[in-house]
Design a protein around this ligand. Structure first.
Ligand code: GLV
Length: 319
């Protein structure tokens, strides 16, 4: 059987490249001196694209938008490394019968662990307390007293797979849970709020887990931050675009919210200086799923989706 032409837009992990090499001829666009010329030559034969959200591709950004996909008249599938697929115009793909796959499930528990660790760290200031110790300041006096998880309400914005895994952890810690999602979630009896503003009013810690993209851009705006209030804490493990970053910086600087824990930023890997300067923000370099075992499982899922497709077998995780 002849190999299938596949375009890889960004540098994907060796596990993916090795896993695809038997069945696919991989065109590595990021290595091409003149990728326009390369595409002109190969486009008609290309049936598959392997892509990734920037954090999983050494921060290289390559939008799989309508203009890009329409260069390939015989394109049938885009396989994405990442549970989020805001790098792909999935609606356009659907309208043109192009399948899109992502990497859900295998990263759910890891990402929920990160979210929970970030929340604990932000509330109890563990990073700052460690910096304090290392700077020798404990010798002068103990670290200051912090906020607490005790008797707090966690508001989860987006009760999908990862949101539910976070809720499961939060139950173990005795937190009260409330949520808002596009639709009411099945099989849970946490109080539902019809919009993000009423959710922010009802909770102490707002955990952002909704997907990125145009529908959620700047969903956490000045009004939501105001509704969260001076004791409120914002945790974002989803996408930086969901939060109005300048508004958040202002709210943190003026202490109109208490603190924020952020694993994601609007323009990764660039983090605004003003945010770096704040002592009430805990900042992580987008490490939600970043363990060896989880990243390998995500890579394997990209391979398995593409190999299944090449054999006419069902896709494992179509979006
Ligand atoms: C990471 O951000 C992902 O979407 O998997």
């Amino acid at each position: 059987m002849s190999k299938i032409d596949l375009v890889m837009t960004v540098p994907l992990p060796p596990l993916i490249i090795d896993g695809l090499e038997r069945d696919f001829t991989i065109q590595k666009l990021w290595l091409a001196d003149d990728w326009e010329a390369l595409l002109d030559k190969i486009a008609p034969g290309v049936r598959a694209i392997a892509a990734a959200v920037p954090i999983l591709a050494q921060d290289r950004v390559w939008p799989i938008d309508a203009a890009f996909m329409s260069r390939f008249p015989n394109l049938e599938i885009v396989a994405n490394l990442g549970v989020g697929y805001d790098n792909i115009d999935a609606n356009w793909a659907k309208d043109h019968n192009i399948a899109v796959t992502n990497t859900p499930d295998v990263l759910t528990e890891e990402t929920a662990d990160t979210a929970f660790g970030l929340m604990l760290n932000t509330v109890r200031e563990f990073s700052a307390a460690e910096r304090y110790l290392r700077a020798g300041k404990w010798l002068q006096q103990p670290y200051r007293l912090t906020a607490s998880l005790k008797d707090r309400t966690l508001g989860i914005l987006g009760l999908g797979r990862i949101g539910k895994a976070i809720a499961c952890r939060a139950e173990g810690f005795g937190l009260k849970i409330v949520y808002h999602s596009r639709n009411k979630a099945q099989g849970v009896d946490y109080p539902y709020y019809p919009d993000v503003l009423s959710l922010a009013r009802a909770c102490d810690i707002l955990m952002v887990v909704v997907p990125g993209g145009p529908e959620t851009r700047n969903m956490i705006d000045v009004d939501v931050l105001k509704a969260l209030g001076p004791d409120g804490i914002l945790i974002n493990i989803a996408r930086g675009t969901i939060v109005d970053e300048p508004a958040l910086i202002e709210a943190l600087a003026n202490r109109t919210i208490h603190a924020a824990g952020l694993d994601v930023f609007a323009n990764e890997p660039h983090v605004p200086e003003a945010l770096l300067a704040l002592d009430n923000a805990v900042l992580l370099p987008h490490v939600g799923s970043a363990s060896v075992v989880t990243r390998d499982a995500m890579s394997q899922l990209v391979v398995d989706n593409l190999v299944n497709w090449s054999k006419g077998a069902p896709l494992l995780t179509p979006v």
